[in-house]
Design a protein around this ligand. Sequence first.
Ligand code: FMN
Length: 338
Amino acid sequence: MKLGPFEIEHPFILAPMAGITNSPFRRLMRRMKSSLVVSELVSANGIEYGGQKTIDLLKFHEEERIVGLQIFGEDEGRLVRGAEFVQKLGADFVDLNLGCPVPKVVSKGAGSAMCRNPAQLGQILSAMVKAVKIPVTIKIRTGWDQSSRNAVEVVKAAADAGVAWVAIHGRTRAQGYSGQADWEFIADVKAKSPLPIIGNGDIQTPEMAVEKMKKYGVDAVLIGRGALRNPFIFEQAARLWEGKSYTHPVAEDYIQLMLEQKKLLEADFNERTSMIHARKFLGWYTWGFPGCHEFRKKLFSNPNPETLWQEAEEFFRIRTAERDMRFLSQPFLMGGHG
Ligand SMILES: Cc1cc2nc3c(=O)[nH]c(=O)nc-3n(C[C@H](O)[C@H](O)[C@H](O)COP(=O)(O)O)c2cc1C
């Protein structure tokens, strides 16, 4: 199927998440069949200053393609140069973050604050689109607050500017991560949109992913937190989408996944950073299995990376058949940058 100019295998895509969707995890999720990947938000001001940390965030691997790099900022010139830099690095598309609700970002006029003035945003998007050959895409929220949900207008401005698609997290900026994503609203934006619309928010299971596609008519969906507790969700959803059934992962599937992730993390990061990521991810993957709370305690008290992964392996060998799927709907990670 087509999404903007890209041919993708299916409409299920990993959502960008700061501190999480780094290159090793994006590679892992491409292997786990996310049909494309996007980096976390990277500051266009930071790109201008050229600091090493910013440059490191923009590194990607050939294996990630189709891969987009996401930037944010408030200054037109810097955003244009940021987009040019992303193009120079060889990314397949550049995504502009227009959904970040974090005070430090919106107080400068970046992230979700940019959508408050669609006409001005349209000019910035036009300048970005003119400056690069790669597609420019955007990720927005439904609006600033309940009384100013202007996503339809924002999409129109984006379409006039030549943006390739719009991803919408179905909450307002004021909501942060509270309440539920409003998929009826997303469907309404889609119905009025000349651009492909990617819906996003609260998809926890492959069944929900397919249901959102069918019921709300969007062109694709982004799955963020749901993929952290169920990294098999893309492949499972793709099978359902094709009218097939899927089987629940067995211990070996988790063990294989962890081994790959361990290798990827250790190739890119030093021991300390790998360990920090290992703890986070293993805590998410094991969520909902009997004994997960005791396992989490072990994760955070174990200082040895080798035995940490071994313990996780043992955990999955014993527990995989016993996951309580009801746990998957419990809210977590109620804060982020989009
Ligand atoms: C920890 C965290 C970090 C996030 N960072 C980003 C980001 O860098 N860029 C972005 O566009 N959205 C970011 N988001 C928002 C997600 O992409 C997504 O819109 C949101 O989590 C809702 O989708 P979900 O319910 O499937 O997780 C972040 C979300 C979380 C939880």
